[in-house]
Design a binder for this molecule. Structure first.
Ligand code: SF4
Length: 321
């Protein structure tokens, strides 16, 4: 069913490098390709510094690309201007990791939510504007009395709900969720994830969901792309990834997730990764994971493993397959 839906975002051989001085280049995103279909959620996962946030931001035009292309509904996001750019900014929204830093403390919650409504002239009059704010607050599990309060009066989870209401205010189609639950308590994380799932069902949203661990992503995503040091190590459907992970890095990430069943939890064998993620300024030749991989072979230092289809719709970049 899913593969009959329209491709919303098409990322092809995307590279994003940063000049860091002294002739050094930081290769944050280094040849990444994937597509996202309408109504789908793709989880982009990896340790801090793997390039997932840079990739997400480049995908929605917040950063210029170095090479490759990103098409949103067939249009190059790095080449649109004027009215097309304004329409794109309305359709494509972001929910940020730190809701407190991304919400203006001097504005009321109502005015924060209404900013996009005002910019895009979505309210017919002041009553319509107020109605829209109140409806959005209810949509995200807050109530209309919250409209006149300020951000510091809310908990972390409530602030994230305000951030979500602000994103929804312009009736978007696509939302990049940039680690939206990382700063929240574990007990609140599930509530925000469930809210995002509910909103997706009700409003037909498409999500690029960025996270540093796989535990919540599995509830959220149709497919998951695991990134390591600027490249995609594995990409497949969420259920397939949890049942049948292939890449040694993905296996290590999965082994770190606690299991709710105490009997299974006692049997869980954690795969400990040796060392730190190498610098993206000077990544290892061949497979970028090889210095931490217990399966590394001679070929792994000589040739970069391409991302290839090891099983139907299951792509992995590893010489073992
Ligand atoms: Fe390990 Fe080699 Fe596979 Fe890289 S290509 S993950 S080093 S086995």
């Amino acid at each position: 069913m899913q593969d009959k839906k329209e491709v919303v975002l098409e990322v092809k051989n995307l590279k994003k490098y940063f000049d860091v001085g002294k002739n050094a280049v930081l290769k944050a995103v280094d040849d990444v390709s994937f597509i996202i279909r309408e109504g789908e959620t793709i989880g982009l996962v990896g340790e801090s510094g793997c390039g997932k946030t840079t990739c997400g931001r480049t995908c929605i035009g917040m950063y210029n690309k170095t090479e490759g292309s990103v098409l949103y509904k067939g249009k190059d996001v790095h080449k649109i201007h004027g009215a097309e750019k304004k329409a794109f900014c309305k359709e494509v929204q972001t929910i940020f990791q730190d809701p407190y830093a991304s919400l203006n403390p001097r504005m009321t919650v109502g005015d924060i939510i209404a900013e996009g409504i005002d910019i895009h002239n979505l309210a017919a009059n002041s009553k319509d504007r107020t109605d829209r704010i109140q409806y959005l607050l209810q949509q995200v599990g807050l109530n209309k009395e919250h409209s006149n309060r300020f951000v510091h009066e809310f908990s972390g989870g409530q602030r994230q709900r305000i951030g979500i209401a602000r994103a929804l205010a312009v009736e978007p189609k696509f939302i990049m969720c940039d680690e939206p639950i990382s700063a929240l308590d574990v007990s609140i994380q599930a509530q925000v994830v469930n809210l995002l799932i509910k909103l997706q069902r009700e409003m037909g949203l498409t999500y690029l969901f960025i996270a540093h661990d796989l535990s919540m992503v599995k509830h959220m995503s149709d497919r998951v792309a695991v990134m390591y040091l600027g490249v995609v190590a594995e990409l497949t459907e969420s259920k397939e990834l949890y049942r049948n992970a292939l890449h040694p890095y993905t296996k290590a990430l999965l082994s770190a997730i606690p299991i709710a069943d105490p009997r299974l939890e006692r049997m869980r064998k954690r795969i400990m990764l040796e060392g730190e993620v190498p610098s993206p300024i000077n990544p290892p030749l061949g497979c970028r994971f090889r210095k931490r991989c217990s399966y590394a072979m001679k070929i792994c230092s000589e040739q970069t493993p391409p991302l290839k289809e090891a099983a139907p719709n299951h792509f992995v970049a590893c010489h073992l397959y």
